[in-house]
Design a protein around this ligand. Structure first.
Ligand SMILES: [Mg+2]
Ligand SMILES: [Zn+2]
Length: 368
């Protein structure tokens, strides 16, 4: 402050002797105060590092996160203003990539069952019900596609039908927001690849997902859509009594858990509605979240015995709620990740909060 006052006074005195002299004085003093400002910044950073080191010891990762947390708290109050703050914001976003969001597809991403949607649309409902009396769902799907083909119904008709399937705008924004926040998005669905990809491509959402786990399908050389089981139950059983013979989603979840956990700590958020989503929900860990659609089979199974799950349960009823709950959980998850990392660094600065957000909807009560 003193230096700035001196500089201003000197510039004023020089101004009496000419504009050129005043400009030179102002330019030089500006450079000096600029250097002083930078030096002050470095001094504060040096003190902060030494202060945090008292608490964090030689844990440099914890140290960096502690300083980052403080910066974020400051930015939350004032908003990022310069490159350094932007750097910390980028670091914050990199922390968010620790979340994997697993989506079921039917009645979760789209607001209908894609198989039933196409069959009803192409007038095959009665025949499909007959087929289900003698074969599993997945085999019935392949068979009815053969029937459609023999009736002269084309893949283009199926594609057009799929494009009309309802996909709520809030689900689209939820997917885009979760992706923008650094989450990895994957699909685990008992529909089939052709249906899912057709719908996601139509809504320009396909590139937001890193993986689609579903029943394989393709259009053969005759133009018939073939649909196969994810798990070939004709050669062996997957051994899970909770799930349909063609797919146990738990096997997929376990693989994802193994690969993601190996690459650093990851938290899973699982969204689903159906009976087939119960088995993978049981495999989620304490730090994970499950989002069952309220009053649908997954939710019914969970509320029957919530203690069976380790993951925290957060219900949703419609696309608006899906978006709100998912984004709040992501925010909550980042907070917890930071707290966990600070704890693991044995750091005492537990009170750092990255953001103030609305309280999460209450988790399902667990009866005693
Ligand atoms: Mg579903
Ligand atoms: Zn299973």
């Amino acid at each position: 402050m003193k230096i700035v006052t001196y500089a201003d006074t000197r510039t004023t005195l020089e101004a009496r002797r000419g504009v050129r002299r005043a400009f030179v004085a102002a330019f030089r003093s500006g450079a000096v105060t600029g250097f002083l400002l930078a030096a002050n910044g470095l001094l504060v950073l040096y003190i902060a590092i030494n202060l945090f080191k008292v608490y964090c010891g030689d844990d440099w990762e914890g140290l960096l996160e502690a300083i980052t947390g403080s910066m974020l708290r400051f930015m939350h109050l004032s908003g990022p203003k310069d490159i350094a703050e932007l750097f910390f914001l980028c670091y914050f976003l990199s922390l968010m990539a620790n979340i994997v969001v697993m989506f079921d597809f039917d009645k979760t991403i789209i607001d209908c069952d894609s198989d039933n949607w196409v069959i009803d649309d192409l007038g095959g409902t009665q025949l499909f019900d007959e087929l289900l009396k003698t074969m599993p769902w997945n085999s019935a799907m392949d068979t009815i596609m053969r029937e459609f083909h023999s009736q002269g119904r084309t893949v283009e008709e199926i594609t057009e039908s799929l494009k009309r399937a309802p996909l709520p705008i809030n689900v689209i924004s939820a997917i885009k927001s979760a992706y923008a926040l650094g989450c990895e998005l994957r699909i685990v669905s008992d529909a089939n690849r052709f249906f899912i990809e057709t719908i996601l491509k139509d809504h320009e959402l396909i590139n937001y997902f890193s993986e689609i786990n579903t029943n394989p399908s393709y259009v053969d050389e005759e133009g018939r859509l073939r649909i196969f089981p994810y798990h070939d139950f004709n050669s062996s059983t997957h051994g899970c009594s909770l799930c349909p013979p063609n797919m146990c989603k738990s096997a997929i979840i376990k693989r994802i858990q193994a690969t993601t956990l190996a690459g650093g700590k990851k938290r899973l958020i699982y969204l689903g509605d159906g009976k087939g989503d119960y088995c993978p929900s049981l495999k989620l860990n304490e730090e994970d979240f499950v989002m069952p659609r309220k009053n649908y089979p997954l939710w019914d199974l969970i509320v029957d015995n919530p203690q069976a799950l380790r993951a925290e349960i957060h219900e949703w009823s419609n696309a608006e709620e899906l978006e709100r709950v998912l984004l709040q959980l992501i925010s909550e998850s980042v907070d917890r990740t930071n707290e966990d990392q600070l704890k693991s660094a044995d750091c005492k600065f537990h009170t750092l909060q990255l953001s103030s957000h609305e309280a999460l909807p209450k988790a399902l009560p667990v009866p005693n």
